[in-house]
Design a protein around this ligand. Structure first.
Ligand code: ZN
Length: 358
């Protein structure tokens, strides 16, 4: 009897374990549709499996044929999850609206919508043409973010004194108060009052330059391209996008994907675009490049040791931008890669646009 009960328990345990393993595998290998126009006329589609260990969950993108007529959709693709995006192209498109707000579109009917880190789950997408109106309800999957990542070893003069709420704010566009506090804390530099005022003014000007770059709306098609990685494989992800960080006791959200690689590692444009900012020696960002890829989608490269492009340059996917460094607020050589949409109002996960290998 005792042997029989042990056997029964053994069988039950095996069943439960395999069921769990099966569902776990399903959860981490979610198939999602990915369609890509290989030429303006033709639309090729392929299904792919996400291989990233941070793959998480994606909400389903409806099949083009499931979109109610009469909108003629050429393609609809993306990552329906927080920090992700949706993009598409439709014939005779006159407007695209997300929750009733108009989204900018390309002349040829292409459009792009970005989802913030904390984007609510459901939204309404409307596609209008002169003769039709199509409305679909879509879902954005929630993500789990790394929390409480502690960053040690920052130079004292790079530590802010400003108090922040649970979500903190983004150093990339610091407030006046944060700039003043950071400069005042530059004890190692022992700046005079006059020098401090000059430094505060310079840092504010840097922020204005970044704001202006984010406001750019260049004609570029990078927004509809499949993106390349900005550097050769071999880097290490030293901080994930959207991670909650604690820097000297302060809570912040990290809106970059940190890719650690040796100083001098070549950085390249991931997609076509126009350079909207190229500078060195920024207080927080060091060497910085910003690219407008069209429709207000801006990719950002921080802490660079070399900047080899100039504002106004038109760059193609794969073109050299400069090199990895540890300039500005950085603890070691890495690229802080960021992706902002809608003048910085929406911050996206840059890895989401990079083409995954099957
Ligand atoms: Zn970063």
């Amino acid at each position: 009897m005792r042997i029989f009960i042990s056997f029964l328990i053994g069988v039950l345990l095996t069943l439960v374990t395999s069921a769990f393993a099966f569902f776990w595998a399903q959860r981490n290998q979610i198939e999602f549709r990915f369609s890509w126009p290989s030429s303006p006329e033709r639309v090729s589609e392929s299904s792919m499996t996400s291989t990233s260990d941070e793959a998480g969950t994606y909400a389903a993108i409806p099949d083009e044929s499931a979109i109610p007529a009469p909108t003629r959709l050429e393609f609809l693709s993306g990552h329906l999850r927080q920090g992700g995006f949706l993009r598409g192209k439709a014939e005779n498109l006159s407007a695209v609206l997300m929750n009733g707000e108009t989204i900018p579109t390309l002349k040829d009917g292409g459009f792009f919508i970005g989802f913030d880190r904390d984007q609510a789950e459901a939204f309404e997408l409307q596609m209008l043409s002169d003769v039709s109106e199509t409305e679909i309800s879509l879902k954005v999957a929630a993500r789990d973010y790394v929390r409480g990542q502690v960053i040690e070893g920052l130079e004292l003069d790079m530590i802010s004194n400003a108090r922040m709420g649970p979500l903190g704010h983004d150093d990339f566009l610091p407030t006046d108060e944060q700039i003043a506090a950071d400069v005042a804390n530059s004890s190692s530099l022992e700046l005079s009052q006059v020098e401090q005022q000059r430094q505060i003014q310079t840092t504010k000007t840097e922020r204005q330059q970044k704001d202006e770059a984010l406001a750019s709306r260049a004609e570029a098609d990078g927004i509809l391209q499949d993106w390349l990685l900005p550097m050769d494989p071999g880097f290490r992800i030293s901080s994930q996008w959207g991670a909650g960080r604690v820097i000297r006791g302060e809570n912040k959200i990290h809106y970059g994907l940190d890719m650690a690689a040796p100083t001098g590692t070549e950085l390249r444009a991931p997609a076509n675009g126009v350079i909207t900012l190229a500078a060195t020696g920024f207080y927080y960002d060091g060497g910085i490049v910003m690219i407008d890829h069209g429709l207000g989608l801006t990719s950002i490269y921080l802490h660079m040791s070399e900047v080899d492009v100039q504002k106004g340059d038109r760059v193609s996917a794969g073109q050299r931008l400069g090199a990895v460094g540890a300039t500005g607020r950085a603890t070691g050589p890495h690229l802080c890669w960021r992706l902002y949409w809608n003048s910085g109002a929406v911050k996206l996960d840059p890895a989401g646009l990079v083409k995954h290998e099957n």
